[in-house]
Design a protein around this ligand. Structure first.
Ligand SMILES: Cc1ncc(COP(=O)(O)O)c(C=O)c1O
Length: 337
């Protein structure tokens, strides 16, 4: 673990974190006159800063220790926290592999970290050699990748050989045939796997992201995160979502089957040149005049994402309900190119 500690910024290593009133007295029994809360009301108490209940459930579900889990205000917060823990502003660099999720770059700009861009190959896979030839603090990998939808290959080889932290974003893993690498966090001390309740769990409004990593990394992320980053209501919503495994499995099954149906239907359209294979809950679709079609869909109040600026002539379509997908197909029959 020595080397991981060496990657952490010195000021963060020596940081004394804020000690909240709830750090000092952990039971919920007693008269609470310690946190300047209002004694009246329903949501008058600060939430659990460690999100114990949620972590207990995730720990037994994922078969990792509670000390290997951090809960973020969405995985976006985790992307940022990792940069603030490991990236020295104005000095360190991160690697991104575009086209990919935009927030790695936005946070790097906010945190004043230089960006090394190593584009995916033509078939949207990693350029392994070019990545391993670089010296950077954090490597962001997204699998299945947004916006291309495919799962990345060769991940373990890269994790094993990369000298810095590998941040593996598994936001869409529940829709994928590729196994999660959460089970590998003890084997690879430089690996952080992030997941989210925003996609397959259907809780985007609740802002629940999860980081899985070894104890050294999690404890330092825990020191840096705002103490009450997850509201009581959102912790409860996440716990409730985990209790209904059947509902979760059913939703994923429906969305995956809708993805295949929509893919087949899109492929029948004359102006669609290619529907990329997807391991996620969206499809990247290559079409003639993508921007014009995107705009005509908006006129019919169907909102997709124009990705032509990152992959020429493409729109990204999220899988909706069967009825929404039908409406999309109907609207696409009305467009003129
Ligand atoms: C790859 C990827 N990572 C992370 C996120 C952000 O997720 P969260 O809602 O957990 O912040 C998204 C959202 O679209 C995403 O596509």
């Amino acid at each position: 673990m020595e080397t991981i500690t060496n990657l952490i910024r010195k000021n963060i290593l020596s940081l004394t974190p804020y000690s909240s009133a709830r750090d000092e007295y952990k039971s919920n029994q007693g008269i609470f006159l310690d946190a300047n809360e209002n004694p009246y009301g329903n949501l008058n108490r600060y939430p659990d800063p460690y999100q114990w209940r949620l972590k207990q459930l995730l720990s037994s579900q994922q078969k990792v220790g509670i000390q290997n889990i951090l809960i973020g205000n969405g995985s976006d917060e985790i992307i940022d926290l990792v940069q603030r823990v490991f990236g020295e502003p104005g000095q360190d660099q991160i690697i991104i592999c575009p086209p990919t999720y935009g927030m790695y770059e936005v946070y790097a700009n906010i945190n004043n970290l230089a960006i090394i861009s190593i584009p995916l190959t033509e078939n949207f896979q990693l350029n392994t050699e070019a990545i391993l030839a670089q010296n950077a603090k954090i490597l962001y990998l997204c699998s299945p990748n947004n916006p291309t939808g495919n799962a990345l290959e060769n991940l373990e080889y890269i994790i094993e050989n990369f000298k810095g932290i590998v941040f593996l974003d598994e936001a869409y893993i529940d829709f994928s045939e590729q196994p999660s690498l959460v089970s590998k966090i003890q084997q690879y001390p430089n690996l952080i796997v992030s997941q989210t309740f925003s996609k397959a769990r259907g809780l985007a409004a609740a802002r629940i992201g999860i980081a899985y990593a070894n104890e050294t990394i999690i404890s330092v992320l825990q020191k840096v995160k705002p103490p009450y980053n997850i509201s009581q209501l959102n912790q409860e919503a996440a716990v409730k979502a985990l209790a209904d495994e059947t509902q979760f499995q059913n939703t994923v099954k429906v969305l995956k089957s809708e993805r295949e149906k929509l893919k087949n239907a899109l492929q029948q359209l004359d102006f669609v040149t290619r529907v990329y294979p997807s391991d996620a809950n969206f499809l990247l679709v290559d079409m003639e005049n993508a921007t014009a079609i995107y705009e005509q869909l908006i006129e019919q109040q169907i909102i997709t994402r124009n990705r032509s600026s990152v992959v020429p002539n493409t729109i990204r379509i999220t899988i909706g309900t069967p009825q929404e997908n039908q409406q999309l197909l109907y609207a696409l029959q009305l467009v003129t190119i």
